[in-house]
Ligand binder design. Structure first.
Ligand code: NAD
Length: 339
């Protein structure tokens, strides 16, 4: 019997997670919620997705907009084994008592604090620790990207110290009201940014300090990593290790993929839906070795990178498989990751 999954909050992350669930043979999407009637809700219904709204008082707005909903979030939760909460940051925590009331497992996103679930997830790093859990938080896009490359490098060479500068996209493409539009904003101006401590929720032994800046761009984040290793590695060694992971894509600036916009053009030309790139992207030419000191530059498609992690978290929590490799293989194949 497939695991029945609900998605609360059908926005940037929610609609991608919902589409990914539809592609899994061992999962069934029982429905999604929207707070207000809009084109996303209409398109969901056109796709055959069952639409719900968050509470009784919102039903009328959907009726007035002639957008049919099946009921409220509480009706949806009664049908599901697990809910993926994709509501805006810090809103998810307010739903936890409701998920507890319906005795339903829940996945929260990176906009929530670690404490909401007491466990922060990244598939390659700690899948087994998520097995059977009732509450899991899938870490943010930036933390997911960092966890992937740091884990891969640490496993083979050992990371003594990681120092990272994050250049954050100011907003997602459809977020008209966010910025900056003419500034580079230290985010925050103090050190460290929250990303380093967040990585340590998944990889507690990594000595990491992060600094972040928000810039007027909507496509991707870029991270510059400076790593001190326990054992020396050449550029070739590092690239060889990273290329073993399907969720890390090595690209070449020499091939013309030399900016976030050309990475996105590449994803478009690959025919990726919504130009999504769930893979962490590493520029081959950016990897530089000074023996035990390594530099590399990586890019994160913020809208897509956490999607496969949510799918693996569902499998771990519901024990669909206790084998991380098996789960990641199924997820990767279904989403075309690594192709
Ligand atoms: P979003 O604003 O695009 O989508 C949130 C959805 O939830 C919208 O459909 C909104 O209408 C709905 N919503 C608002 N209030 C609600 C409520 N009270 N109850 C139910 N639904 C409600 O947000 P997003 O970018 O998809 O972010 C969702 C979560 O994912 C956040 O925790 C965020 O930090 C995290 N995240 C976002 C990104 C990203 O780049 N967008 C990347 C990784 C993780």
């Amino acid at each position: 019997m497939p695991i029945k999954v609900a998605v609360n909050g059908y926005g940037t992350i929610g609609k991608r997670v919902a589409d990914a669930i539809l592609k899994q043979k061992d999962m069934e999407l029982v429905g999604v919620t929207k707070t207000k009637p809009n084109f996303e809700g209409r398109l969901a219904v056109n796709k055959g997705i069952r639409l719900f709204t968050t509470s009784q008082d919102r039903l009328k707005a959907f009726e007035d907009a002639a957008l049919k909903v099946q009921g409220t979030l509480e009706d949806l939760l009664k049908e599901a084994d697990l809910v993926v909460d994709c509501t805006p940051g810090k809103v998810g925590a307010s739903y936890k008592p409701l998920y507890e009331k319906y005795k339903i497992k829940a996945i929260f996103q990176g906009g929530e604090k670690h404490d909401v679930a007491g466990f922060s997830f990244n598939a390659v790093c700690n899948y087994k620790d998520a097995i059977g859990r009732d509450f899991v938080r899938v870490v943010s896009c930036n933390t997911t990207g960092l966890c992937r490359s740091l884990y891969a490098i640490d496993r083979i060479f050992g990371i003594k110290k990681a120092r990272v500068v994050l250049i954050r996209r100011g907003a997602d493409p459809a977020e008209d009201s966010k910025g900056p539009i003419n500034s580079i904003v230290p985010d925050p101006v103090t050190i460290p940014s929250h990303h380093g401590p967040d990585v340590q929720k998944v990889l507690p032994h990594i000595d990491i300090t992060t600094m972040a800046f928000a810039v007027p761009e909507t496509l991707m984040h870029v991270h510059v990593l400076n790593l001190e290793l326990n054992n020396p590695a050449t550029e070739g060694d590092v690239l060889d290790v990273l290329s073993r992971y399907p969720r890390i894509k090595i690209i070449s600036a020499q091939d013309g993929v030399d900016s976030t916009s050309t990475i996105i053009e590449y994803a478009r030309d690959m025919g990726r839906a919504r130009y999504d790139l769930p893979e962490l992207v590493v520029w081959k030419e950016s990897v530089k070795s000074f023996g035990k000191e390594i530099y590399l530059t990586q890019a994160v498609h913020q809208e897509a990178i956490v999607v496969p992690e949510n799918i693996d978290a569902i499998r771990a929590m519901t024990r669909l498989t206790e084998d991380p490799e098996e789960s990641m293989r199924l997820t990767n194949e279904s989403l075309g990751i690594g192709r």
